[in-house]
Design a protein around this ligand. Structure first.
Ligand SMILES: [Zn+2]
Length: 478
C-alpha cells in the first residue's frame, strides 16, 4: 500500500520521449513519480483532467534572461520577471550577469543576486557569471560557487560596469575556462566591424535586394530601421564568431554563441561543429518571429543587438534550427524603463537595445513554427530539452519519471491578441503588442505546484511564499 500521489494530471496528449501519448502523470514530492496509462486508477490528493484542447508538456527552460535586480530594478525585478515566466510556461530561468548592480562577476556579486532573488522567485532561477577584463584570472571561484558559465561581450555591452573583452582577452578567458572545464557564452559582435559601419558614408540595409522595390524614402537620421541594421552589420557577427571559433580550437574550451542573428555566420558554425569543436549556438524568438521588412521606422521596441534582419535571413535561421546547426532558442528578455526604450523619440541609436519577450517566447516561436509546418515537439526540443541539457540540469527539460514535475498545460490552437499592458513583466513595452499569437499557456506547475493558471492567480496575491528555488550548477558547492 503506497501513499497517495500529491497530484495526477491526465491528458490525451502528453509529450514523452519526443512523442505524444495519452497518459496520467503522477507527482509526489515535486517529482514525476510515474507516467501511467490515461485511465489507470491512481489515488491522489488532487487530480486534474485536461480538456482535449490542451496538451501537457515540460516547462520551458529559458537560459537567457536579464532580471536587472538589484541596481536597475526599475527596469526589471525578480517578482515581475518570474511571474512573467510562469505565465509564459517558463519554469526555469538563468539570469544574465549584467545590468544589475553589482554585475555577477564576483562571488560576492553572486551572493547579492541570490539574496535578491530568493524571496521573490515564482519559478526556479539560476545564474550566469561574467567574464570582464578585471575578473580574468579569478573565474574559478565563481564557477565553484555555482554559476552555470561566464558571459563575455566582444563589443561594448551598453553598461559601463560590464566592459567587453578584447580579442587577446577572449583568448585568455577561454584558456582559463578550459582549465576548469567551464563554459564561456559570448555576445558575438566585433567592435572593429561596428566602427567601420559607423564610419561608412551612406549606411544602407545589408540586404537591400530583399527590400520591397517601392520602398519609401529613408526616414531622417536615427529613425530609419534600415540604417540601424546597417550599423550592426552581418560582418560584425561573422568576425566575432570567427574569433570565438579560433579560440575554442586553440584552447579546447566549451563556448556558446548567444543570440545569433546573422545567417551569414552559419557556414563557419557548421564547419566548426563538423570539426568536432565544443560549440553551441542559440537564436531568439524575435529573430524567428519578425523580419526587418515589418519594422516601422522609429519603432524602437524592436531594437536589439544584434538586430532583427531581413526575411531571407530569417528563413535561413529556421533551416539552421531544423538541421541542428542552431541548438536552442532563448528569449534574451532584456527590458528597460519605457523612458529609455523610447529615448530619442524613435532614434535607434539612442534607445535601449533589448526586447522584452520572456512571457511570449513560447507562443511566439510556436506561432511561427506552426506556420512553417514545424511540429510542437521540435519547439519544446529547442526551448526546454536542449536548453536544460545546455546548462546541465538533468532534472529539467522533459516529462520523465524522476525529473521535476515542471509541467505546462498548453492549448496549441487557441489564439490570443497581445496586450503589452497586460503582460506580467515590469515595464509595459513589447515588440509583440497587438499581434495575434497562437498557443495559450493554461496552467503552469513548478515541481507539482501551480504557479500560473486559474488557481495561480489566487496564489499570487502576496499571501504565499514564492515557490521558485535557486539553482546552482550541479557539482558546484553553491
Ligand atoms: Zn542578453
Amino acid at each position: 500500500m503506497t501513499a497517495p500521489y500529491d497530484l495526477v494530471v491526465r491528458s490525451r496528449s502528453v509529450l514523452v520521449d519526443g512523442g505524444w501519448r495519452e497518459a496520467a502523470v503522477a507527482v509526489r514530492d515535486g517529482v514525476i513519480a510515474a507516467i501511467a496509462e490515461y485511465d489507470e486508477e491512481l489515488e491522489a490528493h488532487e487530480t486534474v483532467t485536461l480538456p482535449e484542447s490542451q496538451v501537457l508538456v515540460a516547462g520551458v527552460v529559458d537560459t537567457h534572461v536579464h532580471v536587472n535586480e538589484p541596481g536597475r530594478t526599475e527596469w526589471e525585478g525578480f517578482t515581475t520577471a518570474t511571474r512573467a515566466a510562469a505565465a509564459g510556461g517558463v519554469t526555469t530561468i538563468v539570469d544574465m550577469p549584467l545590468n544589475s548592480i553589482p554585475p555577477t562577476t564576483t562571488v560576492e556579486g553572486l551572493a547579492v543576486k541570490r539574496e535578491a532573488a530568493a524571496p521573490q522567485a515564482s519559478v526556479d532561477v539560476g545564474f550566469w557569471g561574467g567574464a570582464i577584463p578585471s575578473s580574468l584570472g579569478s573565474l574559478e571561484p565563481l564557477w565553484n560557487a555555482g554559476v552555470f558559465g561566464f558571459k563575455a561581450f566582444l563589443a561594448p555591452s551598453g553598461v559601463d560596469e560590464f566592459p567587453h573583452l578584447t580579442t587577446p582577452e577572449l583568448r585568455r578567458a577561454l584558456e582559463e575556462i578550459a582549465g576548469f572545464g567551464g563554459l564561456l557564452i559570448v555576445h558575438a559582435e566585433d567592435p572593429d566591424a561596428l566602427d567601420a559601419a559607423a564610419a561608412a558614408p551612406t549606411p544602407r540595409a545589408s540586404d537591400s535586394s530583399a527590400a520591397p522595390a517601392a520602398a519609401p524614402a529613408p526616414a531622417p537620421d536615427g529613425r530609419d530601421y534600415g540604417a540601424f541594421v546597417a550599423s550592426r552589420p552581418d560582418a560584425a557577427e561573422q568576425d566575432a564568431i570567427a574569433h570565438v571559433i579560433d579560440g575554442v580550437r586553440a584552447t579546447g574550451a566549451r563556448a556558446h554563441i548567444l543570440h545569433l542573428s546573422s545567417a551569414r555566420a552559419l557556414d563557419a558554425i557548421r564547419a566548426a561543429k563538423a570539426e568536432g569543436l565544443p560549440l553551441t549556438v542559440e537564436t531568439c524568438p524575435h529573430y524567428l518571429a519578425f523580419s526587418a521588412e515589418q519594422i516601422p521606422d522609429g519603432a524602437t521596441q524592436f531594437k536589439c543587438c544584434p538586430p532583427i534582419r531581413d526575411e531571407a535571413n530569417r528563413d535561413l535561421l529556421w533551416e539552421a534550427l531544423v538541421d541542428g546547426t542552431i541548438d536552442l532558442i532563448a528569449s534574451d528578455h532584456s527590458p528597460s524603463t519605457a523612458e529609455l526604450k523610447f529615448a530619442g523619440d524613435g532614434d535607434f541609436q539612442e534607445a535601449w537595445g533589448g526586447i522584452s519577450g520572456l512571457q511570449l517566447s513560447f507562443p511566439a516561436v510556436w506561432t511561427a513554427a506552426r506556420e512553417r509546418g514545424i511540429p510542437l515537439e521540435r519547439v519544446l526540443g529547442w526551448m526546454s530539452a536542449n536548453t536544460a541539457a545546455f546548462v546541465g540540469l538533468p532534472q529539467k527539460g522533459a516529462i520523465e519519471a524522476g525529473r521535476d514535475a515542471d509541467l505546462v498545460a498548453f492549448a496549441p490552437e487557441e489564439e490570443f491578441a497581445v496586450d503589452a499592458g497586460a503582460l506580467a513583466h515590469k515595464n509595459p513595452v513589447s515588440a509583440y503588442d497587438g499581434r495575434s499569437l497562437r498557443g495559450v499557456v493554461a496552467t503552469t506547475w513548478l515541481r507539482g505546484r501551480i504557479v500560473h493558471g486559474a488557481a495561480g492567480e489566487l496564489l499570487d496575491e502576496g499571501t504565499r511564499a514564492p515557490l521558485g528555488a535557486l539553482l546552482s550548477r550541479p557539482g558546484s558547492i553553491g
